[in-house]
Ligand binder design. Structure first.
Ligand SMILES: Cc1cc2nc3c(=O)[nH]c(=O)nc-3n(C[C@H](O)[C@H](O)[C@H](O)COP(=O)(O)O)c2cc1C
Length: 207
């Protein structure tokens, strides 16, 4: 099973990227996680550029999402919602509507913050991914508050969790993601979305 991992922070010392990098050690057997590293190279969404030959980085991201069996998003909460760079990537992945690569995707969401927030950013991301015809693993909700007290890197470069609960919940989440992807729950959600679109188009009521 191939999973694409996306960190929603561009910061060099990002805790979200640190969690993303720890996922292979917490993943169930048979799950391979590849990290997407091009978020900062994506241009701001522009429908004029969204042609049959989109910008290279957009094509690269779309191909990576399309070929993955599942997605894991590890994002900070910014201003009680999804960081702009993440929303920008989602906009590229949602258009054109007939070929939206996020439709049918199976996702797991982790949010990490140095503060006491996170749940609103998590809810917003999950809602957007579902609204686009994807399946989002419903539990556990892994919202890592005060993340700087829960994870660190040793001098040898190993990633360590000070908090066994966070580590344990991430393991459960990744196992759930594997089962959801195996069961084709993303395709099921995408099919429901597409059937709805076709019905509305038949009624002359969809864009
Ligand atoms: C523009 C901005 C907005 C933020 N808004 C929130 C917020 O709404 N809720 C929250 O818990 N933390 C918020 N934070 C704090 C981030 O969650 C914190 O800096 C986090 O460590 C960033 O993730 P990173 O370590 O992966 O870069 C905000 C930070 C920035 C820079």
């Amino acid at each position: 099973m191939r999973v694409l991992g996306i960190s929603g922070s561009l910061r060099a010392g990002s805790y979200n990227s640190l969690i993303l990098n720890s996922l292979p050690q917490l993943a169930p057997e048979g799950m391979k996680i590849e990290n997407y590293d091009g978020l900062s190279s994506l241009p701001p969404y522009n429908e004029d550029l969204d042609t049959s030959t989109p910008p290279d980085e957009v094509a690269r991201l779309r191909a990576a999402v399309q070929s993955a069996d599942g997605l894991v998003w590890v994002i900070p909460e910014f201003n009680h919602s999804v960081p702009g760079v993440v929303k920008n990537a989602i906009d590229w992945l949602s258009h054109p509507i007939s070929r939206a690569v996020l439709r049918g995707a199976t996702s797991a969401v982790i949010v990490a913050t140095r503060g006491r927030g996170g749940f609103r950013g998590m809810a917003d991301l999950a809602r957007i991914l579902r609204d686009l015809g994807g399946f989002v693993v419903p539990a556990p909700e892994v919202c890592v508050q005060f993340v700087d007290t829960r994870i660190s890197t040793t001098e040898a470069g190993d990633i360590r969790y000070a908090d066994p609960m966070t580590e344990g919940l991430i393991k459960v989440l990744l196992a759930s993601l594997a089962r959801a992807a195996d069961a084709g729950l993303g395709e099921h959600a995408g099919r429901a979305w597409l059937d709805t679109l076709h019905y509305l188009q038949g009624q002359g009521g969809a864009r």
